[in-house]
Design a protein. Structure first.
Length: 186
């Protein structure tokens, strides 16, 4: 994967708190190891508070906010999970608009665990095949997606490539599929 993403800047959209730490750090490291530049985008400046399930994890510095950037600054988007993270983001119009803009521009998006809640709010899952944490399957179906129980699902049946995974146990496959999708646009 070395230098596959050379020159690519990848947005990681996270709420001020509630992101599942490993779902942020492992894809982040995969992007760096592939030569890309990950950037943390949030709704507020400062730091985000990550979590290890329900326990507080580390904090991470925010590079920019959804108010101060747009999809033109990035080649792709990663949406980590954690229950509170996407639940907060889907209630923030600017965050939803930011996520939707990647679909409108045909740029790849990778989403894991509870992350699809933000995409449901953006109305971009209709007609897509994807996976998620199992408790989101009804939400995704009601939003027009086809839900599958797979380690990683790559959906090219829409305006962009959409990579999705269920949970932290799927991160190895998720990271590889995300980097592969991202390098196709670099």
């Amino acid at each position: 994967m070395a230098n596959d993403l050379q020159g690519a800047t990848i947005a990681f959209l996270c709420a001020p708190e509630g992101t599942e730490q490993v779902e942020l750090t492992e894809p982040w490291t995969a992007v760096e190891q592939a030569g890309g530049t990950p950037r943390l985008v949030s709704t507020q400046t400062g730091e985000i508070q990550a979590f290890n399930h329900l326990d507080k994890g580390d904090t991470f510095p925010v590079h920019t906010t959804v108010d101060d950037t747009d999809h033109t600054d990035y080649q792709a988007l990663v949406l980590p999970g954690g229950v509170a993270n996407p639940d907060f983001l889907r209630m923030q119009p600017k965050a939803v608009e930011f996520a939707k803009s990647f679909f409108d521009a045909g740029k790849p998006v990778a989403v894991i665990c509870h992350g699809p809640w933000t995409l449901i709010e953006a109305d971009v899952v209709r007609g897509r095949t994807m996976t998620s944490w199992p408790s989101l399957q009804t939400d995704l179906r009601n939003a027009g997606a086809t839900w599958v129980d797979e380690e990683v699902k790559i959906c090219e049946g829409g305006p962009n490539v959409l990579v999705s995974s269920r949970k932290p146990d799927d991160l190895k496959a998720f990271c590889q599929a995300a980097v592969d999708a991202f390098k196709a646009v670099v």
